[in-house]
Write a protein that binds this ligand. Sequence first.
Ligand code: AMP
Ligand code: MG
Length: 546
Amino acid sequence: MPLALQVHDIENLPMDHSALRDLPVDPELRNFRRQAHGALLSKVQPTPVAAPQLIGWSREVAALLDLPAVPQSADSYAQCLSGNRLTPAMQPFASRYGGHQFGHWAGQLGDGRAITLGETVNRLGQRWELQLKGAGPTPYSRGADGRAVLRSSIREFLCSEAMFHLGVPSTRALSLVLTGDRVLRDMFYDGRAELEPGAIVCRVAPSFFRIGHLQLPAAHGETEVLQALLRHVLTRHYPHLLSAPLLPGTAVQPEVLLAFFEELCRSSASLVVHWQRVGFVHGVMNTDNTSLLGLTIDYGPYGWLENYDPDWTPNTTDAHGRRYCFGQQPQVMLWNLAQLGQVLRGAGCDAPALQACLQTYADVFETELAAMNLARLGLQPTQEGLALVDDQWPLLQAVETDMLLWFRGLADLPAVSEQRHGLTASDRELEAAVEQAFYSPADLQGPHRVALLDWLRRYQLELQRLAVADAARRLAMNQLNPLVVPRNWLVQQAIDAAQAGDFAAIDRLLEAFRQPYAVPADPSLYGRRPEWARQRAGCSMLSCSS
Ligand code: AMP
Ligand code: MG
């Protein structure tokens, strides 16, 4: 029997509240900044905004929630998705978590500007949490205002959805609402604060729980709180690991915790392989920004690698230590998981078994990265295939070379040179395949050119040995190496237009990001970073101010 096609409206979207049922709720109902000992959730109302306007909408996320592809009444959606109008089904709360920031324990952090409205269970039985980011202060706002600016909200809205279309696990974004209020921000913490337009993103995920959610009760010796959260996370998100229901008031068995940890180690390893493949740099991989479900979470000062540089970080706050640069992401994820390991040790798991899970992370990462690196070049694990992978990195680093365009160019290089009907191509043919990846034509000269041509010749020879048809190889490579990604300068153009009152570019980019592996008709949607973006704030430099 076909499933009934029941499309809801935001005003009557059914909501359930498993988190409020399962987890300790703060008895304090007044909204003031505080330490919320013994609780995981604090009920809090969004603070109304002046003139909400719906300026971004993901029809794919709407479909997940059984909402219409196009909202019937933009105003009613803007009211509900800004927090101005709560439906009777909504029961808003902010959650309490802690975390390590830049390697240091920061104590209680919590949802300082994110407010969950509830969970909706769709017609397939999937449960999705809806959370408004920027909906006003909560008990966890500390010294900040609970708001988010338009520029960072556009970035989160577009990148969440781009990640989904790229095939990278991520939290999602349903909507983007301009609030009509102004928000004061000092973008580079240099005393030049400005009023900026405010906005609210409605984020959607099975849950937004982070490593920091488990760390805080563990750090405070709140054993019951920790166990309640472990039971909830395992029951709701890892049910396949349970042979019997986890009963309230009981401690989760160490074997079950280890199975959960191992699975998270595996999924987090795969997640980082995806990031390295598409060139995503998270920018603030603190443990409070690391998902318990293996999702990309919290889009702040993220960036997209353009010229291949493992030391690159988009985050100016991190410019000195480069803890969160592209090349460090695999290590930092391991470090974050080790912090979770400490929590699980306190919950009864033994150290060697936890260590084995961390080793699994390292093994899965290495294996999947190696396979991905070969596949993105269309190669096999032969001795020469592996050597070609390794030998390309110094080349890409020697002169500014765009990582994604390098791989896209190689996909077009024929295994056998057609013009000459011979087995070897001319230097010019080889060079032509990849020249779009170079930031300066002058870089294609001298000793670098010799090394480059040598590598390209070896690559072509190996392709001949493998005897895979060019078309099939091109297709397979292009499915791993995206062309249309939210490069910072691309998204910045939509931000500039939106700040000037033109929101059309947001939807135009969302449309482009739906097909990241295809060649778009409009060449301005992909390509190397333009010169103007090199030193521009928001393109090459971002801060945590959002
Ligand atoms: P982030 O660096 O964005 O992951 O945020 C770290 C912590 O600061 C989290 O607890 C956030 O909720 C909080 N936070 C960030 N910005 C704000 C804001 N404007 N108002 C209140 N809390 C914030
Ligand atoms: Mg965060």
